[in-house]
Design a protein around this ligand. Structure first.
Ligand code: ZN
Length: 89
């Protein structure tokens, strides 16, 4: 069982409206679920799964990502992330 950290957010009325609209759009029951989904989607845009080690590699350019775990440099080629180079530690 993982302890979940409680995060309290103060939303402005405008942000509240935005979240409510997104919740409806996503067809979710709670705004909390909507927040989690949006967070996951944003994270997925920022990272890719490293094919070498399975850790999250950070996307640093449109078609380049760096894995801080195994130091691979990944390149997007025809829709697939391939290892372009592996730096020696
Ligand atoms: Zn890696």
């Amino acid at each position: 069982m993982v302890d979940e950290e409680r995060l309290q957010l103060e939303l402005t009325p405008r942000e509240r409206t935005m979240l409510e609209m997104l919740r409806e759009e996503l067809g979710l029951d709670s705004e909390e679920e909507a927040m989690r989904l949006i967070l996951r989607q944003a994270f997925q845009r920022l990272t890719v799964t490293c094919p070498t080690c399975g850790h999250n590699a950070r996307v640093t350019d449109e078609d380049v990502a760096h894995c801080a775990s195994c130091l691979s440099i990944l390149r997007l080629s025809e829709g697939l992330w391939m290892v372009a180079r592996k730096d020696k530690p």
